[in-house]
Design a protein around this ligand. Structure first.
Ligand SMILES: Cc1ncc(COP(=O)(O)O)c(C=O)c1O
Length: 436
C-alpha cells in the first residue's frame, strides 16, 4: 500500500544514519534542520549552463534546477550583480533608479490591474504577505489549498502547506482539496476540482471562518505536476472570486517562462489572479521574490499594518532580476522551453509506452512529471522504485527529484537553456533506468 510522503522527505538523506567528512560537518552545524538530497549526498563545487560539477570531478546534467533557471552562473546575471554590488547596495528606503526600472520591466509581464509589486527575499515571505492581504480584503480567514501543497516556511504559510506537516492536520482555517488529476476527478478535472473547491468554501463557511483565498501553485509542483487540460482551474477560481474570496496564483515554481506556452503558469488556465506571488527563478540564484497585487488591496492592508523588508528588492536583487528578464527575452528561453519541452515530453511518452513501470507523463514546457508504479499496475505508485530510478540516474550523471502525494512522481525541471542534445542525454539515461 502506498503511503503519503512529505515534500522534504523525498530523495532525502536520512540524518539519523550520521556520516563522515563533509556530511558529519554539515550535520554538526545544522543538526536536525539539515536537509540533503540523496542517500549519499553530493558535494558540489561549480556549475555552468545545465551542468554541475561535484567535488570528485563528476559532471552532472541538472534536471532538478528551478533556481538558476536561465542557466547556472549565467555571465550576464553574474556581470549585472557584480557591477551593482561594486557600486551600491543598501536597504530599501532610498530612491534607486534601477529598482524602479526593474519593477517596470516586471510589471510589463503582469496583468495591468496588478500594478503594485512588493519585493521580498523568499517565496515564503511573498505568500505570507499575500495571505495577510487576502484576509484583510475579504474579511474572511480561511484558505483552500491542495492536499500535497507546499507554499513556504513561515508560521502562517506552513499551516497552508500540508506537505510540510509531519504530524499535524491542517488547522481549522485551512481546508484541502485533492490535486487536479485523474486519480481524484476522472475525466472531468475542471468540474471535479470546482466541486471540491466549492465544498471547501462551504466547509469554511460552516466553521464560521469564510474563504479568504484559494492559494494554488499554478503547476501543482509538489502535488505531482498537473497542467492539463488547459483551463481546468477556471471554474474553481471563478467560484471563489464570485463569493468574495481572492485567488492567489503561486508562481514560485512555474513562473518566468518555464511552462513554455506563457510567461506565467496561471495563463494556461485563462484565469485572472487577484494576487501573483513569485520567487525561485526570479534572480537566477540571487535570493529574491515578490507579490503583485491591486493597489487598492495593498492600500487596504497597509492601512492597518506596516510592511517593510530590509533586503527585499535591494539594488543588487533588482540588477539580478533585470538581467534574468533580459536573458529570457534575448535568448528566446520561453520558446526554447516550449520546443525542447514538447519534444522531451513526447520522447518520454514513447518510452512510457514500452516501460511497465512508467504510468504517466504530464506537464508543460520544461516542467514535467513522470509517475512511476509497481510493475504493470499503473494505479499503484511506487516510491521505492522512484528512489531507485533517482539513484540510477545519478549514476548515469543526471540529477532529478521526486514529488507527488506518494513520492512516486519524478519531477523534471532542467534549466530553460536546455539544448536538444542535453534533453536527449536525459532521455537515454531515463530509458536505461526504467526499461526492462
Ligand atoms: C510553490 C511554492 N511556493 C512557495 C515556495 C517557498 O519559496 P521559498 O523557499 O523561496 O520561501 C516554494 C518552495 O519550494 C514553492 O515550491
Amino acid at each position: 500500500m502506498s503511503e503519503p510522503r512529505r515534500i522534504l522527505e523525498m530523495n532525502a538523506f536520512d540524518n539519523r544514519q550520521g556520516g563522515a567528512g563533509p556530511v558529519a560537518r554539515r550535520l554538526g552545524n545544522l543538526g536536525a534542520a539539515s536537509v540533503l538530497f540523496y542517500r549519499a549526498p553530493i558535494e558540489m563545487m561549480s556549475a555552468q549552463g545545465a551542468w554541475m560539477v561535484a567535488a570528485d570531478g563528476t559532471r552532472y546534467l541538472d534536471f532538478y534546477n528551478n533556481v538558476p533557471s536561465v542557466g547556472h552562473s549565467h555571465p550576464e546575471v553574474v556581470a549585472a550583480v557584480s557591477r551593482q554590488i561594486a557600486t551600491l547596495n543598501t536597504h530599501t528606503r532610498y530612491l534607486v533608479a534601477g529598482v524602479d526600472t526593474y519593477l517596470e520591466a516586471l510589471k510589463a509581464r503582469l496583468p495591468s490591474a496588478l500594478s503594485n509589486v512588493v519585493l521580498t527575499c523568499s517565496g515564503s515571505e511573498a505568500n505570507d504577505l499575500a495571505m495577510r492581504v487576502a484576509r484583510q480584503v475579504s474579511g474572511a480567514g480561511g484558505f483552500i489549498v491542495t492536499e500535497t501543497a507546499y507554499h513556504g516556511n513561515t508560521a502562517l504559510v506552513t499551516e497552508a502547506s500540508p506537505s510540510a506537516q509531519k504530524r499535524t492536520d491542517p488547522p481549522a482555517h485551512v481546508v484541502t482539496v485533492p490535486a487536479p488529476g485523474r486519480e481524484a476527478y476522472g475525466d472531468d478535472i475542471a468540474g471535479g476540482f470546482a466541486r471540491a473547491v466549492r465544498a471547501a468554501m462551504a466547509e469554511l463557511d460552516a466553521r464560521g471562518i469564510g474563504t479568504a483565498a484559494l492559494l494554488a501553485d499554478s503547476i501543482f509542483s509538489s502535488d505531482g505536476i498537473f497542467a492539463d487540460p488547459p483551463g481546468f482551474l477556471r471554474p474553481a477560481v471563478e467560484a471563489v472570486q464570485a463569493a468574495g474570496g481572492l485567488y492567489i496564483a503561486d508562481e514560485v515554481q512555474p513562473g518566468f517562462a518555464r511552462t513554455g506556452s506563457a510567461f506565467w503558469g496561471y495563463a494556461r488556465h485563462g484565469v485572472a489572479p487577484d494576487i501573483v506571488t513569485m520567487g525561485k527563478p526570479m534572480g537566477n540564484g540571487f535570493p529574491m521574490a515578490g507579490m503583485a497585487a491591486r493597489p487598492e488591496h495593498l492600500a487596504a492592508f497597509c492601512e492597518d499594518t506596516g510592511y517593510f523588508n530590509t533586503f527585499g528588492g535591494n539594488p543588487v536583487a533588482c540588477a539580478a532580476g533585470l538581467a534574468v528578464l533580459r536573458v529570457i527575452e534575448e535568448e528566446g528561453l520561453q520558446e526554447n522551453a516550449q520546443r525542447v519541452g514538447a519534444r522531451l515530453k513526447s520522447d518520454l511518452e514513447e518510452i512510457a509506452a514500452r516501460a511497465p513501470r512508467v504510468a504517466a507523463v504530464r506537464g508543460a514546457g520544461l516542467f514535467l512529471g513522470v509517475d512511476l508504479c509497481a510493475p504493470d499496475a499503473p494505479d499503484t505508485p511506487d516510491a521505492a522504485f522512484t528512489v531507485q530510478v533517482i539513484d540510477a540516474m545519478r549514476d548515469a550523471g543526471v540529477l532529478i527529484g521526486a514529488a507527488g502525494r506518494y513520492g512516486a512522481t519524478l519531477k523534471l525541471r532542467p534549466p530553460l537553456c536546455l539544448s536538444q542534445a542535453e534533453a536527449d542525454r536525459f532521455t537515454e539515461a531515463f530509458a536505461g533506468a526504467v526499461l526492462p
